[in-house]
Design a protein around this ligand. Structure first.
Ligand SMILES: Cc1cc2nc3c(=O)[nH]c(=O)nc-3n(C[C@H](O)[C@H](O)[C@H](O)COP(=O)(O)O)c2cc1C
Length: 192
């Protein structure tokens, strides 16, 4: 059984991101996957993102030293088979509500700069990006850091990018997009 963690990062509770994530989860669960969805906009954080304290680099565990509601999410990222990041396009990038957690993934890497090495429990996992936008300009820019992060971390990468998704909630009427999201979920639940 594949374990899938979804970071759903819109502040809109029933908008396009939530709809796409729910369709994805429907597909993945139909293939027997366990899907946990975390709405990152509604977690309680003690810091605004990573504070660059670097203290995670001095401990053995792959864990952020700041203990708040991001802690179990970061721990789960190290455990699951598939990590899904879902975001609306905000000014040609991912939402701040995703970056608040994503930057704290710093603790999931250990760097030895003298030896020039990096280790991470993310290696070998799958990263999936789901993103939507009102227009058709900018989703490629949003996608780029996720492609680079996956490559850097030794993860495979796949995305579902939905331009012309309209305003929050509009995507609900798009049967073709629904089919693509469900199918992506089904594939995520299967071996690569
Ligand atoms: C703060 C903000 C910034 C946005 N910036 C863009 C943008 O640069 N390009 C675009 O096409 N849509 C932009 N949008 C529209 C959303 O990306 C789009 O409607 C998305 O599907 C909303 O997803 P949601 O319902 O999950 O929040 C923006 C919306 C907001 C609220």
């Amino acid at each position: 059984m594949k374990k899938i963690l979804v970071l759903s990062a819109s502040p809109v509770k029933d908008g396009n991101t939530t709809t796409l994530v729910n369709w994805f989860a429907e597909g993945a669960r139909s293939e027997g996957a366990r899907v946990d969805i975390v709405a990152t906009a509604f977690l309680k954080y003690k810091t605004t993102g990573c504070t660059s304290c670097r203290r995670c680099q001095a401990i053995k565990e792959y864990a952020c030293v700041v203990k708040d509601e991001a802690s179990p999410v970061l721990a789960k990222m190290a455990e699951v088979d598939v990590i899904v990041m879902a975001s609306p396009l905000y000014f040609f990038g991912a939402s701040a509500q995703l970056k608040l957690v994503m930057d704290r993934m710093f603790c999931l890497y250990k760097w030895d700069n003298a030896a020039g090495t990096m280790t991470t429990p993310l290696k070998g996992k799958r990263l999936i990006l789901i993103a939507s936008a009102y227009e058709d300009v900018g989703l490629d820019a949003l996608e780029k850091p996720f492609v680079l992060t996956a490559d850097y971390s030794g993860m495979s990468f796949e995305s579902l990018l939905v331009p012309h998704a309209g305003e929050s909630g509009d995507v609900k009427t798009r049967a073709a997009i629904r089919e693509r999201a469900v199918e992506l979920g089904r594939r995520a639940a299967q071996d690569e």
